[in-house]
Write a protein that binds this ligand. Structure first.
Ligand code: COA
Length: 187
């Protein structure tokens, strides 16, 4: 992992303008930008595992651990940036148990105003490719809210298969939703 290294440049349409998004590895100076991005996504979407805002201290700890995880090849985290603003991120984290180290957990989120433009697909394609080629991950898995149809459509397009569901596996503000489990074999 090279800090800040560009992975891809993507042109997308926003309004009637074409804009360029840079997909890249994070660097130390990104902390504030990533923190702002993540708290904005938490506010915008009801489909994340996090509900309450993340404090700067919490984010700094997470970021330090993520960078360390990447150095140790246990994790891959990439961001999508538009004009110095982080607008999306994707991650694959290796499972910790000895018998599950060939598996990774995948996650993605995009700022609402940048969704539906192909960014989720491109960011995912890269993170899964890197997980396979650099981290030697063989299987990726995810968990998604049953009513998050857009995300499930994306995952099916990416080749994820349905593994099953945990009825009432998600409890958000007192309301239950089934937790859908999906997986993809990378090699
Ligand atoms: C789910 C998410 C990552 C999808 O990213 P995205 O950039 O909007 O997705 P893309 O534009 O790459 O579209 C990928 C596919 O998703 C589906 N899709 C995207 N937007 C859609 C919409 N508004 N309605 C229906 N399907 C849609 C389409 O099948 C699309 O493929 P196609 O364009 O070839 O038809 C993004 O909407 C997001 O971050 N949402 C909030 C957080 C979240 O739900 N994260 C997942 C938690 S498990």
């Amino acid at each position: 992992m090279k800090e800040g290294k560009t992975v891809d440049r993507v042109k997308i349409k926003k309004g009637n303008k074409e804009i360029e998004i840079v997909i890249r590895y994070p660097k130390k100076s990104d902390l504030t930008k990533i923190w702002k991005f993540y708290n904005k996504v938490i506010k915008e979407t009801p489909f994340l595992a996090r509900i309450t805002p993340v404090s700067r201290k919490e984010e700094a700890k997470w970021f330090r651990e993520t960078m360390e995880g990447m150095r140790k090849k246990n994790e891959i985290y990439i961001v999508a940036e538009h004009k110095e603003k982080i607008v999306g991120s994707a991650t694959v984290t290796r499972e910790g148990l000895q018998t599950h180290k060939h598996e990774g957990v995948y996650g993605i989120c995009i700022l609402q105003e940048y969704t539906g433009k192909g960014l989720g697909k491109r960011l995912s394609w890269h993170v899964l490719r890197i997980a396979k080629d650099s981290l030697n991950i063989e299987i990726v898995k995810l968990s998604v809210y049953k009513n998050n149809r857009v995300a499930q459509k994306l995952y099916k397009k990416l080749g994820f298969a349905y593994a099953g569901k945990i009825p009432r596996g998600i409890k958000r503000k007192g309301k239950y939703t089934d937790d859908i489990i999906m997986y993809k074999v990378l090699r």
